[in-house]
Design a binder for this molecule. Structure first.
Ligand code: GLA
Length: 668
């Protein structure tokens, strides 16, 4: 197995931890067959980049022309005194050449540019092109196990803990500038924390109270130093929460004017949509700035002349001048990348796997394809939040959802092999239990409970709960009440989700439960589910790391998970919360593995979430793109768009695609 060197370290940890617990509940869970055949070198965490000053700096030639014309300050004045420097030694193709276009195709549509208020930019790597975060997770897939000591630095270049690990003081890079030239400093961090994360009226991606508890404090020390104080000791792990998509400040010098705390005429609604997707250009820290948005067609981004990263020869990054996001479908991302009209795809639409793989095998194929571990997993989340139920029926349904036996019956009612084959024929699908996916460093089969397809078991449990079909219409009734009809929301753009739900609906009908499947536009899906207004939702959720989009999966903080927002926890759910706290607080690998095993067992034996199937995914990258490190997983610590380090990718001048807007940068 490829990821062996990485996995081996992790496996040793799990073996060490195994003696500490007694769970062995994986009976019936089929053995994992890896499709991955990748080989790659693992490196030290400090091998990838550092911070420092170089003798001189250079820039994309067209920027020099803008400097000469008086439209921009000199490159040395745009860069921080000590920029972030990517090291040449670990670049597979070395220092790059400027110019050209990196072409993405995505199925999402930008919701808006105010990401601090929870808005997304369309996914598929566009969010990550504009946002820069306090720390970084993506490149960690390449770091050796013994050097996996927490997130990599980014805007926060270093941090120090006090002796009992209740305080961490972070130092920002000094002299970083926003894409309009304004200084980035702790006022931006304070605004992000106080007026977005901590303000319960803002649907920030980091939920209030989810970063070390409700009483975590943040203090600004000076322009470039700030401190978090926790009520209990923490470890490096907690800082993973400051990576994409949670710890990414927005421009306070722009957004304060739109926030109700600073502007009496503003509302929280107007604040959230203060930067509509069709108003360009937003002020960003990312390597590229959106300059054109043609709805349902294309978003064009141009290089950010103030970007704070360089290579060792002093060339300001990124290498690509332009980035495109063609607004199409997720399936088309793979089709276009295979055809060579797109440059990148996380191949995650299993229905296309066989054909895409066949086409990418030939020598003249424009694309390279490599399978990684199994990290795509789909699950149904039932809403346990009675407090916010909209009506009596939802209240009764949610009360039923809180019965562990009911959830176990649903899980036993699913024929996961058939669900997998409904998505794609062939060897790709594997059953999924709803906990960590098998590609996760924290997956442990021995800590995983598995409910096999067993309609008799399901029926007798449902009978035992008194859920008879009292009106004889083939659907069981709530005790003394209506038919059990579960309204399940999913993203209309996701074909794999629809296929699975169709299979699930007919399977569950056989045990007298009706699923009513409801398609929601992908652009609004997160806002709808973050608001808690659903009885059930079905989506692909990559549960690989407990600290990744935590509030989607775990009871961390009072308003988490999103499927139990009122904080009225079931007893086992409180145990999951405790295990999560232990995971985050401990710096000891064996203790962490033990906490992760508890999380896994508690989730799976209680059918906390109802998993269906998991698939491996392959990364497709056009062969003319250099520095895309072989072995980059579609998802590990973060999605491949971050893991592949796009600011370091380049194409030789004679292979570059023609830029749509040569010679230009965003204007403000
Ligand atoms: C979407 C896509 C993923 C990945 C992420 C990045 O979820 O389905 O493959 O590109 O966006 O945010």
């Amino acid at each position: 197995m490829t990821e062996s060197r990485f996995m081996r370290g992790v496996l040793l940890t799990s073996v060490a931890a195994m003696a500490l617990t007694t769970h062995a509940v994986a009976e019936g869970f089929p053995e994992e067959k890896s499709l991955s055949g990748l080989e790659y070198e693992l490196i030290g965490r400090d091998d990838i980049y550092t911070y420092g000053s170089l003798d001189s700096y250079s820039e994309a030639p067209f920027l020099t022309e803008l400097v000469n014309a008086g439209a921009l300050p000199a490159v040395a004045d745009r860069l921080p005194a000590e920029p972030l420097i990517f090291k040449t030694g670990v670049m597979v193709d070395g220092i790059g050449e400027y110019g050209g276009v990196f072409r993405h195709v995505i199925g999402g549509r930008p919701e808006g540019w105010n990401w601090m208020a929870g808005q997304h930019q369309g996914w598929g790597g566009i969010n990550m092109a504009v946002q820069e975060c306090l720390v970084r997770q993506g490149p960690r897939w390449q770091v050796r196990g013994d050097d996996q000591t927490g997130p990599l630095p980014n805007l926060a270049r270093s941090w120090e803990w006090n002796d009992d690990h209740t305080e961490v003081t972070l130092s920002l890079m000094e002299g970083v500038k926003w894409s309009d030239g304004d200084a980035f400093d702790t006022e931006d961090v304070r605004f992000w924390w106080e007026d977005n994360v901590q303000d319960a009226n803002v649907a920030s991606r980091m939920a209030a109270g989810s970063f070390g508890g409700a009483d975590t404090k943040m203090d600004v020390i000076d322009d470039y130093t700030f401190k978090f104080t926790f009520t209990a000791p923490q470890s490096e792990t907690i800082l993973e929460g400051l990576a994409y998509i949670q710890g990414c400040p927005g421009p306070s010098h722009i957004l304060k004017a739109a926030h109700p705390t600073y502007n009496a005429d503003a509302s929280y609604e107007s604040y959230t949509s203060a930067q509509p997707s069709d108003e360009l250009s937003p002020v960003v820290l990312g390597a590229w700035v959106p300059v054109v948005h043609r709805p349902d067609e294309l978003v064009v981004l141009r290089r950010n002349p103030y970007y704070f990263k360089v290579d060792e020869s002093g060339q300001q990054l990124p290498y690509f001048n332009e980035m495109h996001f063609r607004l199409s479908t997720w399936g088309d991302r793979t089709t276009q990348t295979v055809a060579g009209t797109g440059d990148f795809s996380n191949m995650e639409d299993p229905a296309n796997y066989v054909q895409a793989l066949q086409q990418s095998q030939s020598d003249d194929s424009p694309v390279r394809a490599a399978f990684g571990p199994r990290v795509l997993g789909w699950r149904m989340d039932l809403n346990f939040d009675i407090g916010n139920a909209p009506d009596d029926y939802s209240t009764a349904l949610r009360e039923l959802f809180r019965e562990t036996d009911f959830r176990l019956a649903l899980s036993h009612g699913l024929d996961r092999d058939a669900i997998g084959q409904a998505v794609a024929r062939g060897p790709f699908a594997h059953p999924y239990t709803g906990g960590f996916q098998t590609g996760s460093p924290y997956f442990d089969a021995d800590a995983t409970a598995y409910q096999e397809f067993d309609q008799d078991a399901a029926n007798s449990v449902l009978d035992g709960l008194g859920l008879a079909d009292s009106d004889g219409d083939g659907v069981r009734n709530l005790v003394g009440g209506d038919d059990i009809v579960i309204d399940v929301q999913f993203k209309s753009s996701r074909n794999e989700d629809r296929k699975q739900l169709d299979a699930m609906a007919s399977q569950l009908a056989e045990i007298g439960i009706r699923l009513q499947v409801r398609a929601i536009d992908e652009t609004n899906f997160d806002a709808v589910t973050a608001g808690g207004s659903f009885d059930a939702k079905f989506e692909r959720i990559n549960f690989i790391l407990p600290t990744f989009e935590t509030c989607k999966s775990l009871p961390a903080g009072d308003a988490c998970p999103l499927f139990n927002k009122s904080g009225d926890r079931m007893p086992f759910e409180q145990e999951i919360a405790n295990a999560y706290d232990a995971f985050v607080a401990s710096g000891d690998a064996a203790e962490k593995a033990k906490a992760a095993r508890s999380i896994q067992t508690l989730i799976t034996e209680n059918a906390y979430t109802i998993g269906t199937v998991q698939f491996p995914a392959a990364l497709l990258i056009n062969k003319r793109v250099r520095n895309a490190h072989p072995g980059t997983p579609v998802f590990m610590y973060e999605w491949a768009e971050d893991g592949v380090i796009r600011e370091r990718l380049w194409t030789a001048a004679d292979q570059q695609e023609t830029e749509l807007l040569p010679g230009t940068v965003a204007e403000y």
